[in-house]
Design a protein around this ligand. Structure first.
Ligand code: NAP
Ligand code: MG
Length: 493
């Protein structure tokens, strides 16, 4: 204790009294293979001649496994397997039978939760307490929820007849690897579709563990096919002639490429893209709770969250108080080893993402915003970025406009509710917003004026499988979760 050379707010607050002892999560039980191929037609296949790449642990920069990179022929094989499974088994199976498989997957995720959480943290860098308490339980909850719908589709949309689509091609990002797989796979299975899905390049491991679960659950071969690879593999899935539905979560840039590629093909499409969520704090809000909500809104998962509250809009008369309390709270955040159970902010997912964050932070400084980072000692290796807040931000600054996808908050102020609404909506995105006020009527009036798919009242970043999620404008279209999440996978007549 007490070897620090600089004085942080944390030191001033707690002196040497409050230092967390290390609380490392054991990884002894983790048993990863050296290399992973794909899961196609109910088999783990290793396609020898294909290219491969390494997935690393971003907290240590050490390689975890070699991952095969599916080419067009491998994707074709997976789509053919999915088509056969659709035609011969899955589309014919009664919903109550499909439900049993989906329930089984949910229960097995719960049984294997500890291993999944640790591997998720090792592969992606997120704090173990988040993989353990958020990602994995929510992934299981998604399968449970959609298992419940499988035999009730005739009641989901009263008066309409529904039918499955066929083969769903799905591409997911690296920020919530297993959870995004669950968001894609569970509703597609419940509605009677078969699947070819590609995990992100930097986080393929829990998808491979999910393939093992799916295999053990005895799903008929070909119902779920998981192919590893890079962007070209994703493109091969999207562009395959025999795919009926495309579901993508990732960047707006790639989303636009996919929308162009799919246009005119008759493929059904949902896009869940980026965001620049406004977290709006009114002067009648409970400030201490709001500060917790601000922290959760931007520092949860290192800010690698499409619905992050990355623009803080504070009413001008409470700006000073909020910023002071926020800085003090930021100084207590534990940044470092994601496998330590006390860690609040883990590793940035990849070097590429680290560089993107650093570049945008530099632009904030260049454009004249005021940067604050608490004193914290970052590990020597791995990609770590200190929690950052910018004040004196104007709406034209890049850090107010562009998605940073890191632990970086841009603060703007407003005087009236009208100004708050205008500023919140002043973005090409429309994914999420937060509103903090003591007055319910005000909350609902503001919520009605915001152009965002998800709006939280006096909370932030809360997720539930029964609640639909999705965006407007450049944040994409289509909803995942809830009864709405069935629609993208059904033909409704
Ligand atoms: P990305 O390139 O859009 O990646 C998302 C997924 O799409 C990955 O599986 C990726 O494969 C794949 N992909 C890449 N190019 C493709 C193509 N042409 N056709 C089909 N699939 C393709 O996102 P990123 O580069 O990882 O992240 C960049 C930015 O996207 C972030 O800074 C953030 O702003 C945003 N983002 C948003 C979300 C979200 O939840 N909305 C999630 C992640 C990122 P590879 O992994 O091999 O590249
Ligand atoms: Mg990795």
């Amino acid at each position: 204790m007490g070897k620090k050379t600089t004085t942080s707010v944390r030191d001033l607050l707690f002196g040497d009294l409050w230092e967390y002892a290390p609380a490392p999560q054991s990884t002894d039980f983790v048993d990863l293979d050296d290399a992973y191929g794909h899961y196609i037609d109910g088999e783990f296949v290793d396609v020898g001649a294909e290219d491969s790449f390494q997935t690393i642990n971003p907290a240590t920069e050490e390689p975890l496994a070699d991952i095969a990179c599916a080419d067009e022929a491998t994707v074709d094989r997976a789509v053919k397997a999915a088509r056969k499974a659709y035609d011969t088994v899955w589309s014919k199976m009664p919903g109550r039978e499909r439900a049993k498989y989906i329930y089984r997957i949910a229960r097995m995720i719960q049984e294997k939760a500890r291993n999944l959480a640790v591997v998720e943290t090792m592969d992606g860098g997120k704090p173990i307490k988040e993989s353990r308490d958020v990602d994995i339980p929510l992934a299981a909850a998604h399968f449970f929820y959609y298992a419940g719908w499988a035999d009730k589709l005739d009641y989901a949309f009263p008066g309409a007849q529904v039918r499955s689509l066929g083969v769903a091609g799905q591409v997911i990002p690296w920020n919530f690897p297993l959870l995004m797989a669950a968001w894609k796979i569970a509703p597609a299975l419940a509605t009677g579709n078969t699947i070819v899905i590609k995990p992100a390049e930097t986080t393929p491991l829990t998808a491979m563990l999910l393939a093992e679960i799916i295999d053990e659950a005895g799903l008929p071969p070909g119902v779920v096919n998981i192919v590893n690879g890079k962007g070209e593999t994703g493109a091969a899935i999207v562009n395959h002639d025999d795919v009926d539905k495309v579901a993508f979560t990732g960047s707006t840039e790639v989303g636009k490429i996919i929308q162009r590629a799919v246009a005119g093909t008759g493929k059904k499409l949902t896009l869940e893209l980026g965001g620049k969520g406004a977290n709006i704090i009114f002067d009648d809000a409970p400030i201490d709770q709001a500060v917790e909500g601000i922290v959760n809104g931007i520092f949860f998962n290192q800010g690698h969250v499409c619905c992050a509250g990355s623009r803080l809009l504070v009413q001008e008369n409470i700006h000073e108080e909020v910023i002071q309390k926020l800085k003090r709270r930021m100084s207590t955040l534990v940044v470092g080893d994601p496998l330590d159970k006390n860690t609040d902010i883990g590793a940035i997912n990849s070097r590429e993402q680290y560089e993107r964050i650093a570049e945008l932070v530099a632009s904030g400084e260049d454009e004249g915003a005021e940067k604050f980072q608490p004193t914290c000692s970052l590990p020597d290796s791995g990609y770590f970025f200190a929690p950052t807040v910018f004040t004196d931000v104007t709406p034209s600054h890049r850090i107010a406009q562009e998605e940073i996808f890191g632990p970086v908050l841009s603060v703007l102020t407003f005087r009236t509710p009208e100004e708050a609404i205008k500023k919140a909506n002043n973005t090409p995105y429309g994914l999420a917003c937060g509103i903090w006020t003591d007055k319910g009527s005000k909350l609902f009036r503001i919520a009605g004026a915001l152009k965002a798919g998800v709006i939280w009242g006096n909370t932030y970043n809360k997720f539930d499988p029964s609640s639909p999620f999705g965006g407007y404008k450049e944040s994409g279209f289509g909803r995942e979760g809830g009864v709405h999440g069935l629609l993208p996978y059904l033909e409704v007549r």
